[in-house]
Write a protein that binds this ligand. Structure first.
Ligand code: MC0
Length: 184
């Protein structure tokens, strides 16, 4: 019987995480080919771009009422209340127990803003997911190179001093996606 293929060990070489893969090994994720030797392939491991879920954005008509609901039901803590004129929202960030991921409640400043149009079309509900990245400009360049369209080709100002950029829902399974480089 043919031996089951074993995942090759990762090790450091010249500052990079690499692994040698035998000729019959299946393709792997998060790695790219950097060389070949005697039928073996040498891969460098690609770091995962999305570090964590930074926040879930929820569109609401009445920010005060939405805050009361999320604090009352889940015991979340309001850590920031801001108006973002460029994005057309009044918004609150409510921290989860981890302290590094948030529920973001969004009330539109006008009916023709992104959240205003969303409420009109779909009603209250989940508006977008925000993922933390180490470097939003670098992430935009990498994502753009895959053929995914960018709503923002350069970073904008987001909540709590973050740099943010949006990717269109039509290219990502119907989910408006935000990249977030937290402040500091
Ligand atoms: C619209 N669509 C969505 C959607 N918004 N689908 C999923 N999730 C959403 N959030 C869909 C509509 O249902 C429609 O689909 C199509 O997109 C066009 O809708 P539209 O109403 O005509 O809207 P557009 O095309 O003018 O704009 C949609 C787009 C826009 C996503 C490009 O909303 C945008 O640029 N969003 C990024 C900025 C943003 O959302 N800012 C507010 C949060 P059908 O199938 O009917 O064609 S600011 C924020 O969150 C900041 C403060 C932070 O986190 O720090």
């Amino acid at each position: 019987m043919r031996a089951r293929w074993q995942k090759p060990p990762l090790y450091q070489a010249r500052g990079r995480l690499v692994c040698y893969v035998p000729p019959d090994a299946p393709d792997g994720k998060n790695r790219h080919l950097i060389g070949r030797a005697e039928g073996f392939r040498l891969y460098a491991k690609i770091p995962i771009m999305l570090l964590t879920i930074d926040h879930v954005g929820i569109a609401c008509r009445d920010l005060g009422a939405a805050i009361e609901r999320y604090v009352g039901v889940f015991g979340l803590a309001v850590v920031s209340l801001e108006t973002n004129d460029e994005q057309g929202v009044r918004e609150a960030m409510l921290a989860t127990e981890s302290g590094t991921s948030y529920v973001q409640l969004l009330q539109p400043l006008s009916p023709d803003s992104p959240v205003g149009k969303f409420l009109e079309r779909r009603g209250e509900g989940m508006h977008h997911v925000g993922y933390a990245v180490a470097d939003v400009s670098a992430a935009l360049a990498e994502i753009g190179a895959t053929g995914i369209r960018l709503i923002d080709s350069r970073p904008r100002h987001g909540s709590m001093g973050a740099s943010i950029a949006f990717l269109p829902p039509k290219d990502l399974g119907g989910v408006l996606t935000e990249l977030v480089q937290p402040l500091g």
